[in-house]
Design a protein around this ligand. Structure first.
Ligand code: ACO
Length: 332
């Protein structure tokens, strides 16, 4: 049985934070940010908005796009590295906002690789017949977890959400293969040290900003330029495909230079690479559906096209999924 994307939805907060805005907050410059990362601006949530609000808006749009009865959604998975609270899960909070009380719901946490992990888990659960309609949402209010005095990290991130309604697809279309990897020995490279049960909130935590993102930027960079190509090559090999078969490469949007270095290693023409990092920055688990939705709305995806989605993130985690596009809404 094949599993495919039957509907797509996205939600981005209206508020734009430009590099010029950041110049007023930390010692940085538009030129530095654009040259080193490819980011011009990012979206940022208002104080009154939470991550389950974003998730619910993108999720409802995906259900509408799939033209299915919302009551037929039997599982909601929220892929996120910025959950609303430890529990209940953001998936449960979003499920209530979407009025999907007949479904199961849980969060999946693999940092920026969460959406790739989520696609793989959903593929397995649909293939086994355990569920029929899974709403997978990548949603982040990651700017809430940023230290706004740390120029090494605060310029990188943005908020947003993207969702896929996944269900059985025409044989030979949809998800063809996936490759997932993790190395917990390198957990220290990228982490939010406090706020969990290991180090609960305290005055010391706040004084030392331990509830925010701590990153060894150049180590992550070196890891990422290897992890992205490795993921793509392993997932393509599992699908029995080669790099020349790829029509669209949809990488996690962390840094334009990481994407370009990975693409060079892969020998993939840059025209086949989809990016929107300049507008949204690194939206973590939301970045891949946000890029794919742009291709979909622009009608750039043709039936039979081979798509490779790949990501890396804290954990460390990395992985890729290969899809043969059958057309959203195309259960035909
Ligand atoms: N503005 C101006 N100068 C800056 C800024 C800034 N915003 N940030 C750092 N600098 C300075 C540094 O202090 C350093 O100065 P120094 O030489 O005087 O010490 C200089 O710029 C160069 O710093 P590097 O860290 O070497 O810069 P680099 O070229 O590596 O770029 C960056 C830094 C953009 C963070 C890069 O390392 C990177 O993108 N790493 C990967 C990050 C990433 O992908 N993270 C997300 C992972 S996904 C997830 O799970 C969340």
């Amino acid at each position: 049985m094949s599993v495919g994307i039957n509907g797509i939805g996205v939600y981005l907060p209206d508020k734009v934070l430009t590099n010029a805005d950041l110049e007023k907050i930390v010692d940085t410059s538009d030129d530095w940010i654009v040259t080193r990362t490819g980011i011009n601006e990012r979206r940022i949530v208002d104080d009154s908005v939470t991550v389950s609000d974003l998730a619910a808006k993108a999720g409802l749009m995906a259900i509408e796009d799939a033209k299915i009865d919302p009551n037929d959604v039997d599982l909601v998975v929220v892929a996120t590295g910025s959950p609303e609270m430890i529990w209940p899960s953001t998936a449960c909070l979003a499920q209530a906002k979407m009025n999907l009380s007949g479904s199961a719901a849980f969060d999946l946490q693999a940092a920026c690789t969460s959406f790739i992990y989520g696609l793989t888990v959903a593929d397995g659960l649909l293939s086994s017949g355990t569920f029929q309609n899974i709403l997978l949402i990548g949603a982040e209010t990651i700017t809430r977890l940023v230290n706004w005095q740390d120029r090494n990290t605060c310029v990188l991130f943005g908020d947003g959400a993207g969702a896929f309604l996944l269900r059985k697809s025409e044989p030979g279309f949809g998800i063809l293969s996936s490759y997932l990897a993790a190395d917990g020995n390198r957990a220290d490279m990228l982490k939010i040290p406090a706020g969990g049960s290991g180090q609960i909130c305290s005055q010391k935590v706040v004084d030392e900003n331990l509830q925010t993102i701590h990153m060894k930027g150049s180590d992550v960079f070196r890891f990422a330029v290897k992890a992205l190509p490795e993921s793509v090559e392993k997932a393509l090999a599992k699908a029995g495909l080669a790099i020349d078969d790829v029509d669209h490469f949809i990488p996690h949007q962390a840094n334009q230079r990481i994407i370009e270095a990975a693409v060079e290693r892969l020998g993939l023409p840059i025209e086949k690479v989809a990016t929107n990092i300049s507008k949204y920055g690194n939206t973590s688990a939301a970045s891949i559906p946000l890029v794919l939705e742009e291709l979909y709305r622009a009608k750039s995806l043709r039936r039979g096209d081979i798509l490779v989605l790949a990501a890396f993130g804290a954990g460390l985690t990395w992985g890729a999924v290969v899809i043969r596009w059958g057309g959203a809404n195309g259960l035909n």
